[in-house]
Design a protein around this ligand. Structure first.
Ligand SMILES: Cc1cc2nc3c(=O)[nH]c(=O)nc-3n(C[C@H](O)[C@H](O)[C@H](O)COP(=O)(O)OP(=O)(O)OC[C@H]3O[C@@H](n4cnc5c(N)ncnc54)[C@H](O)[C@@H]3O)c2cc1C
Length: 371
């Protein structure tokens, strides 16, 4: 931070990280580890379950770089050894973790993991402020961040505010490749029930289902479809889950019942181009948010936080440019992988959900503002 001379000394922070998710926590931690003493504005803490718990094994080396790998040893997380999918046929096929050389993925208690990463960032020296940035203005060669009745001045901003990208989306065009949304709910089973710790994926005519058993035996059930596919009320999630094959059988076998209300959240494939600009860089979902089928959102959040923070600490423009080039390449790789994986399901080529994914192999992504 620095101060300007004048009647009133003005505090200007060197760098701020906006966003309290995995990308924000990892960037705050990495910057602090590099001696950059970031201001970390986490947003307003939200109560309740946050979906997205399958952490790819590719995240392990990144967590090691952050000296955070021990966080995965907490008992609230579990190794994801058994993942089965009915995709392309009715057959439930195991994707065995033994063949994954990096090790198995982890099913996280997401809130516990984010809290632990946040504690590590603060211990390392990040200055944490809870609250939403309600407005951002450019003032000379600094940013003014408005939080309630406070105004903070900052020279460089890491935008880790997820799909909102509250700074970056003002300066870079945003694109989207689909309108995927997720309905999700938690299910609980009776005390005497001992459910197998599995993850199940099941395609159907209007989209696809996902079930994962958490370490505490609760199961999260997600249904993914496009926002405009009709006839699928969030309040009917439990009833609709009972119409599936594998997921329905699993819920019945272990006596699972929905616990609380079902919710809905956007998870469309969307990205900014470019992911950097003068005085800002976008990381995590703010730079590129992927279909959860990729199971890579959290890993990308960690990767992008480390890359961008290291470039900032080194004050290396070439490194920062390499970061944004890698984001752009990653988006192309992701779009190809997405087309390939959705292309493996051919049973409902007439249904809007699957027909759109088949067509998207030929179509250019649309600018988000045009929709
Ligand atoms: C239904 C669903 C399932 C998913 N499943 C998986 C999965 O199994 N595996 C996987 O790897 N990924 C999964 N993902 C993706 C993963 O959750 C995201 O990629 C990841 O959360 C991105 O982290 P982030 O920190 O960039 O953004 P977020 O987690 O969205 O965090 C954004 C942060 O910004 C803060 N914020 C917002 N506005 C402001 C503001 N005005 N001022 C200050 N702060 C603000 C918010 O409070 C929040 O803390 C899933 C996503 C969804 C929606």
């Amino acid at each position: 931070m620095d101060t300007r001379s004048g009647d009133v000394a003005e505090l200007i922070h060197r760098v701020a990280v906006l966003g309290g998710g995995i990308a924000g926590a990892a960037a705050a931690l990495r910057l602090a580890q590099g001696g950059a003493s970031p201001l970390w504005i986490t947003g307003t803490p939200r109560a309740g379950f946050k979906p997205g718990e399958h952490l790819s094994a590719a995240a392990l080396p990144l967590l090691k770089e952050l000296a955070s790998d021990a966080l995965l040893r907490a008992e609230v997380h579990r190794h994801a050894h058994g993942t089965y999918s009915a995709w392309g046929s009715d057959l439930l096929v195991e994707r065995n973790a033994i063949v994954q050389l990096e090790g198995p993925p982890t099913v996280l208690d997401r809130a516990a993991f984010e809290d632990a990463l946040a504690t590590q960032a603060v211990t390392a020296g990040a200055e944490r402020i809870d609250g939403d940035v309600v407005d951002v203005r450019i003032s000379g060669d600094a940013w003014e961040m408005i939080l309630g009745d406070r105004t903070l001045k900052v020279r460089f901003v890491f935008d880790a505010t997820g799909r909102k990208a509250i700074v970056a989306s003002k300066f870079a065009p945003r694109f989207q490749a689909d309108r995927l949304t997720c309905q999700y709910a938690l299910f609980t089973c009776p005390a005497q029930s001992t459910p197998r710790p599995v993850t199940l994926i099941e395609a159907e005519t209007r989209g696809w289902w996902y079930l994962s058993v958490l370490a505490d035996r609760r199961a999260v059930v997600n249904f993914y479809s496009d926002a405009d596919v009709p006839g699928f009320e969030t309040s009917h999630l439990s009833r609709n889950a009972r119409q599936t094959q594998a997921i329905s059988a699993f819920l019945s076998d272990y006596g699972y019942q929905i616990s609380g209300a079902a919710h809905r959240i956007a998870c469309n494939s969307t990205w900014l181009a470019p992911a950097i600009g003068p005085g800002w860089v976008a990381i995590g979902d703010a730079s590129a948010a992927f279909d959860p089928l990729s199971s890579h959102g959290m890993t990308t959040a960690l990767w992008s936080a480390i890359q961008a923070a290291d470039a900032f600490v080194a004050q290396d423009r070439a490194k920062m440019q390499a970061y944004t080039d890698n984001v752009a390449r990653g988006i192309q790789d992701y779009l190809q992988a997405r087309a390939r994986i959705y292309g493996q399901e051919q049973r409902w080529s007439d249904s809007p959900f699957w027909a759109r994914r088949a067509a998207s192999r030929q179509l250019a992504p649309e600018p988000l503002d045009a929709t």
